[in-house]
Design a protein around this ligand. Structure first.
Ligand code: DAH
Length: 374
């Protein structure tokens, strides 16, 4: 028997003589085999789509078989048509199974590639430096808001009224000359000339006239004085604190200063010494000193018996309270003012005051902080 008749069993039922039909059936089986193989070989969705087009597209392999059907006899048409449908169904099933498999695989790969472990620490990629003044601002604001102090602000360009008059320094007061003031050649809306504020104390009055006691406020910002050498710059920064309440005085002030500075210098013990001083807006007035010693060439605060001046303070003068709309017979005020550059230099070992304002990149690299440290 010629090899020709060794067809799979499926053809056993085909009547003899229908050679065209048999050939087509065989070809369809071969096509099914090769398509299955191509589908199986696909390793991505795009390739699978190409294979689908190569089978079912306008010029596809199976489409060609469907077109060729018109040459078949009526009997063949039935037989081959059924076979084509069968092949079509098998290929379509294989295509959709493979598509689901590939899509799942691609999704898994994508998830693996894009996996982010949210529990890992943040990768720091920031550049630039935080200026030590900004850093100290943030530290002080943090400490003071812990006691319930509210932050307040006043303008850099002040009037004689706020900078002096309401701080018990009327125009004839000799203390005005101590301030080396930059005056502007412009009259202020309230009283006197405009000027660059020489201290942050004017903000005390600005808050008192707006808020009823008891109050706790602090402010920080630029102040200006006509002075320039290694320990003085024409612009520097101050922090000012004021508490207005009943039954308060020097004792509470001393405790407050010590407690704030303990937190600032991060020490458990710190002694504060008051030396008598004079400020027109406080009575009595004092310079506050803190104790320190030199350990391995470095200043260590809270130990030893050396003293370092840290700022001015006192109990608010009755005139200051009156000008703020507060009855001095009912309330007292306690206040203190510190230089921020001085605090920063002491804490972080910055040697020369002028470096703070020279915008030298190397200085900022040496004494600046990473933004994440804020
Ligand atoms: N304003 C003062 C100055 O710049 C510092 C000062 C002293 C502030 C005593 C105060 C204070 O609040 O009570 O020299």
């Amino acid at each position: 028997m010629p090899k020709y008749f060794e067809l799979p069993l499926i053809y056993a039922s085909i009547p003899q003589g229908q050679i065209y039909g048999k050939k087509m059936l065989t070809e369809l089986d071969v096509l099914l085999g090769s398509c299955s193989f191509e589908i199986e070989q696909c390793n991505n969705v795009k390739k699978l789509e190409d294979v689908r087009t190569a089978i079912f597209g306008k010029n596809g392999k199976l489409t060609a078989k469907i077109k060729a059907l018109k040459n078949a006899s009526e009997d063949d048409k039935k037989l081959i048509g059924a076979k084509i449908n069968e092949v079509k169904k098998v290929i379509s099933d294989q295509l959709s199974t493979k598509l689901a498999e590939l899509e799942m695989h691609e999704l898994e790969t994508k998830l693996k590639e894009e996996y982010v472990d949210v529990t890992l620490p943040v990768e720091v990629k920031s550049s630039g430096f935080v200026h030590p003044i900004t850093k100290v601002f943030a530290e002080i604001a943090n400490i003071l808001s812990g006691y319930g102090f509210e932050f307040a602000e006043g303008p850099d360009i002040e009037s004689e009224h706020f900078n002096f008059d309401v701080l018990n320094m009327p125009s004839h007061h000799p203390a005005r000359t101590m301030h080396d003031t930059f005056y502007l050649n412009v009259l202020a809306d309230d009283f006197g000339r405009k000027l660059l504020r020489t201290h942050t104390s004017p903000v005390e009055n600005r808050v008192m006239i707006k808020k009823k006691p008891p109050l706790r406020m602090f402010t920080m910002g630029r102040v200006f004085r006509s002075d320039y050498d290694a320990t003085h710059t024409p612009m520097f920064n101050q922090v000012e604190m004021l508490v207005v309440d009943k039954d308060i005085g020097f004792a509470q002030l001393k405790w407050l200063i010590a407690d704030v500075l303990k937190k600032f210098f991060e020490v458990n013990e710190l002694s504060v010494r008051f030396r008598p001083s004079f400020f027109p807006f406080t009575e009595p007035s004092a310079e506050a000193d803190i104790n320190y010693s030199i350990v391995n060439g470095k200043m260590k605060f809270g130990v030893g018996n050396k003293w370092l001046e840290i700022g001015g303070c006192g109990v608010s003068h009755p005139n200051v309270l009156k000008d703020g709309g507060v009855d001095p017979n009912e309330y007292q005020g306690i206040a203190f003012g510190l230089g921020i550059e001085r605090l920063a230099s002491l804490k972080y070992g910055v040697p020369d005051l002028r470096g703070y304002f020279e915008s030298d990149e190397r200085w900022r690299e040496a004494f600046g902080f990473s933004p994440e440290d804020l």
